[in-house]
Design a protein around this ligand. Sequence first.
Ligand code: ZN
Length: 262
Amino acid sequence: MTKSAQAADNQFLPEATFDNTAEERTYLKSRLCAAFWHFASLGFDEGIAGIITVRDPEDTGTFWTNPITVPFAHMTPDQLIRVDGATGLTVEGEGVVNLPAFSIHAEIHAARPDTQAAIHLHTTYGRAYSSLGKLLEPITQDHTAFYEDHAIFDDFTGIVFDRMEGKQIAAALGNAKGVILRNHGLVAVAETLDAAVWWFTIFDTCCHISLLAEAAGDPIALDDEVARLTAQQIGNHQVGYASAQRLLARAIDARTQVGGRS
Ligand SMILES: [Zn+2]
């Protein structure tokens, strides 16, 4: 399905459309910066961890991402780099990528041609929940976005530079929108960057809620039938895309107010 056809299908909120790939690339780079500003505002920028990859609309084996040295809050389109999925080498822009993290994303994007974006950040609640080694139970409406739509990768063996771990994580993810990397953190993917931003944000929030609820008592999960129905209502791409709009608008506004370049 073409991008325009997808946009026409989205009755909930029309998606951005483009006349050519150059226009789409410019848009995606500015949108990617807004995503970094958003996650910076949540405190998700930590050390040299954390990566967002966005598939180039023309050279689809390459991905726009963050150079390892630039803080999320400082990101501007001219600082983004384009990295080859097969080699991990920077093919446009200045700087290098976090190679272990990129290798995971490259394998996910290779296994999932439907994914425009993948997000992996070292968040407090995502990491804490990941240590439990279990899926999220559908204990709130928001959790159902991940009902039967997230997975666990439970074979962490340290930071690995070869591609095998990335292939295994991609296999664990399957067709889902997210995977919990046990003892490591969260990965979320989507067919648009905007939706990926939303899924990652609430993936972490759901981990937070589950930690709170399980610490306080024995949370009651929704019945499978209700969880499945609610997942269809709020777990689809249109809702993910629409829900990200306010987050990203807020990040862009905050950036403008402090006089930053966008
Ligand atoms: Zn990581």
